[in-house]
Ligand binder design. Structure first.
Ligand SMILES: [Zn+2]
Length: 265
């Protein structure tokens, strides 16, 4: 006789199928939005300040900054996958999810290239200044920079968010992302947000609310495998987008309430 109680394994399997279905639906939506954007706008690339200026349309709510690019591959996994590729893949999904949520988001790069401004200095410095210039031209936008970590101790793992001390919304956004990652993806992640110093060029110099998300350690074989997985990256992007959205809408609500109370006085 069959038991009326489903075995735990059956429930787990059903839960897995449900999760897989939800991610499939979201991925399809992201793909549709992506195709629409590329058809209507064309592929956006830039390598000079003139091109960067074209990205600075008013009203952008978020700047998605895929770290590294071109000859600057960033860190690399044991299998040779460069950080720059994973950063860009995750950034595309993040941009699309924010778009679905109703935000305008601009990306600092959509191709495998280094940026450059018209100034002097090393290619890396010119690349960083060009990213900073995009932020300066969109002062109301929250910048989310996507990176992957690497450390000699290959046991280290876990996403960690850095924030710029130059705008309070940066710290709030970082805290929301770090909390939600622990709640929805990695319960064992006990890392805490960190305030950036001069070692993180963009966060140190930017005036916008800004965070840099180190999505995990490529030096950890298991985490590198997860970060190379499309489904895992989509899940990360979803959680980052939802957390950043909540932080931004909460900040706007408080600012509006403050402005209203000042008007009343
Ligand atoms: Zn990096």
């Amino acid at each position: 006789m069959k038991s009326i109680h489903a075995p735990a394994q059956t429930r787990k399997a059903a839960l897995f199928v449900l999760k897989f279905f939800l991610f499939t639906v979201i991925f399809t939506l992201c793909t549709v939005v992506c195709v629409y954007i590329f058809r209507s706008c064309g592929t956006r690339t830039h390598s000079s300040s003139d091109d960067i200026a074209a990205l600075c349309v008013s009203g952008n709510h978020f700047i998605i900054d895929a770290g590294h690019g071109g000859v600057d591959g960033g860190a690399s996994a044991a299998n040779g996958t460069p950080e720059k590729e994973l950063n860009l893949a995750l950034s595309f999904v993040l941009r699309d999810v924010l778009d679905i949520l109703g935000y305008d988001a601009v990306m600092t790069r959509t191709e495998d290239l280094m940026l450059s401004d018209d100034g002097s200095g090393s290619n890396k410095l010119r690349d960083l200044r060009a990213r900073l210039n995009i932020a300066k031209a969109n002062p109301d936008a929250v910048l989310i920079s996507i990176h992957m970590n690497k450390f000699p101790d290959t046991r280290l793992s876990g996403l960690q968010v850095w924030y710029s001390p130059n705008h309070p919304l940066g710290q709030t956004t970082a805290q929301f992302i770090q909390n939600d990652i622990k709640t929805y993806i990695s319960p064992d992640n006990n890392r805490e947000i960190k305030k950036a110093d001069s070692n993180i060029y963009i966060l140190d110099r930017i005036g916008n609310p800004a965070v840099l998300v180190e999505c995990g350690f490529l030096s950890n074989v298991r985490e590198a495998q997860r970060l190379s997985d499309d489904t895992y990256r989509r899940k990360l992007a979803l959680v980052i987008a939802a957390a950043a959205s909540r932080a931004r809408s909460g900040h706007n609500r408080i600012r509006t309430e403050q402005e209203n109370s000042e008007t009343d006085q």
